[in-house]
Design a protein around this ligand. Structure first.
Ligand code: RB5
Length: 150
């Protein structure tokens, strides 16, 4: 599976670590920058992944900034994107089971590399439960149809 990957300067180090990790697990990371630690604006990079997930070009994406907050705000502007800011394993699991998260957002300045890898693994391997959670997601889709979103 191809996974979109993007970060700002504060997420660069973790992005590189996760890119290598994804490859060892058989995934194909599509790295959309940034490519060094020079200061950049996170929306410019978050957009790259969120747009592709929104268009259905990619099924999943991972975004990293310092706290994860900025990237979450950006990604959730896009129709069909369910971005979850996750910094623990319980949220990683529930973001999939209950909310069918298709974009994982991490805070590069918030968590260590090993925890981040476990979060990514859990998020990638946990299926959506459907059922009552599907009904709730449909209500979110109704909001998207009502409000203008990209
Ligand atoms: C960059 O300094 C920082 O603001 C950014 O990485 C992120 O944490 C924003 O939410």
């Amino acid at each position: 599976m191809q996974i979109g990957l993007a970060c700002d300067h504060a997420g660069f180090e973790l992005k590189e670590e996760l890119k290598a990790f994804l490859k060892t697990r058989g995934y194909e990371p599509m790295d959309m920058g940034t490519f060094d630690e020079e200061s950049v604006d996170y929306p410019d990079f978050g957009i790259q992944v969120a747009e592709k997930v929104s268009q259905g070009v990619l099924k999943r994406g991972i975004l990293i900034c310092g706290t994860g907050i900025g990237m979450s705000i950006v990604a959730n502007k896009f129709r069909g994107v369910r971005a979850s800011l996750v910094n623990d394993l319980y949220s990683a699991r529930l973001s999939r089971e209950h909310t069918d998260s298709n974009v994982l957002v991490l805070g590069g300045r918030m968590i260590g590399k090993e925890l981040a890898k476990e979060i990514v693994r859990t998020w990638l391997e946990t299926p959506f439960e459907g059922g009552r959670h599907q009904r709730r997601l449909e209500k979110i889709e109704a909001i998207e149809r009502r409000n203008f979103k990209l």
